[in-house]
Design a protein around this ligand. Structure first.
Ligand SMILES: [Zn+2]
Length: 351
């Protein structure tokens, strides 16, 4: 049996510790959320994810979903772009309650499409010329994406547990590669969940009634994603002390039958959405460093807190997937049958 050990934070982060290392929710930032999540895992999590090549691969894959969302192929963009956000405010506008959203994606799609028609006054017509990928009619699918990603990872662990018992070395390696791939790509979306501007219609400059005079210019999203972090010089070491050990999520069945992971993700997004207006207020108070001013400690603290939060949540999801994955019984029966077929029949007794 492989020895398990808790990889220290320093060991996981060592390859990215440098004075020049800055955090952001662009590709480098997503890498770091994944690395933080790795550092939060307890000793009973499989050790192969701690190999240096696996750590680097998981960090690299944190950027993969953005490579899909920025693709020039409209079919891919149509499918993937809304996976990265949920504009919460569109739900009540459509007469939907975040507390009762269906955890099945296509049930939600049908419900939202119907609700949008029924509340047409809240949804101005979309200019087709500005909507080539046909995504503007959707509020985003981020909590569904994370829940489905969790399910994919859990099934990969279910297979791995059986291959470890009955598979060939090559099959075990392949099953581990699947786990690494799914952990890495899932991490991107969890990172998106902690960026308040991925939870709101106010995602790039304030729109609509604006009595306080929040910033309305485009580029605000990019400033929060990366500009502020670079200007503040936030380093991984600054955020590391905020990290805590991954905590498993409860998978207890719910009376309403909805997926408990989905409900936890929606609840989490609702909480991050509460930071949207404080974020714009910080900007109004000149705390976010936009323009010719320095980033104030309050602005810096908010970003550090969100990055640490992403790592903790992701670690908790990975841990829950590992611990809760049952061995794949179908795969097990196939591999046992294969083993029996390989066993040579007893040689006839010679007279
Ligand atoms: Zn994204």
């Amino acid at each position: 049996m492989k020895s398990h050990r808790l990889l220290s934070l320093a060991a996981v982060l060592a390859p990215v510790f440098s004075a020049a290392t800055l955090l952001a929710w662009d590709a480098p930032g997503h890498r770091i959320v994944n690395r933080f999540a790795l550092s939060s895992l307890p000793p009973d999590f499989p050790d192969f994810v701690r190999a240096p090549a696996a750590v680097e691969r998981i960090a690299f894959l944190a950027g993969e979903p953005d490579r899909w969302s920025h693709a020039s192929d409209l079919s891919l963009k149509h499918y993937n772009w809304p996976d990265h956000y949920l504009d919460i405010e569109q739900l009540p506008d459509a007469g939907l309650d975040p507390a009762t959203l269906p955890s099945f994606r296509y049930e939600f799609v049908a419900a939202f499409a119907a609700a949008r028609v029924a509340h047409a006054d809240k949804f101005p017509p979309i200019d087709p010329a500005k909507d080539p990928d046909r995504t503007r009619r959707w509020p985003g699918f981020l909590p569904w994406t994370v829940t489905e990603s969790f399910g994919k990872l859990k099934t990969a662990f279910s297979s791995l547990k059986v291959y470890r018992e009955l598979g060939t070395p090559a099959e075990i390696t392949n099953a581990e590669e699947d786990v690494i791939y799914l952990m890495g790509t899932m991490g991107h979306y969890v990172g998106d969940m902690t960026e308040p501007l991925h939870t709101t219609v106010q995602h790039d400059g304030w729109t609509g009634p604006n009595p306080r005079g929040y910033y309305t210019g485009k580029g605000f999203h990019t400033w929060i994603d990366s500009g502020l972090i670079a200007k503040a010089g936030i380093r991984i070491e600054d955020v590391a002390p905020r990290m805590t050990a991954a905590q498993p999520l409860s998978l207890a069945p719910r009376p309403d039958g909805r997926d408990p992971v989905f409900v936890a993700m929606v609840d989490f997004i609702v909480e991050q959405n509460k930071l949207v207006e404080p974020l714009y207020q910080l900007d109004l108070d000149h705390k976010l460093g936009r323009g010719d001013i320095a980033v104030a400690p309050e602005g810096r603290a908010l970003i550090e807190q969100q990055l640490a939060k992403g790592g903790e949540l992701l670690g908790g999801l990975w841990l829950t997937a590992w611990r809760s994955a049952p061995p794949d019984t179908y795969l097990r029966s196939v591999l046992i049958k294969r083993q029996l077929e390989k066993t040579p029949a007893a040689a006839p007794v010679s007279k």
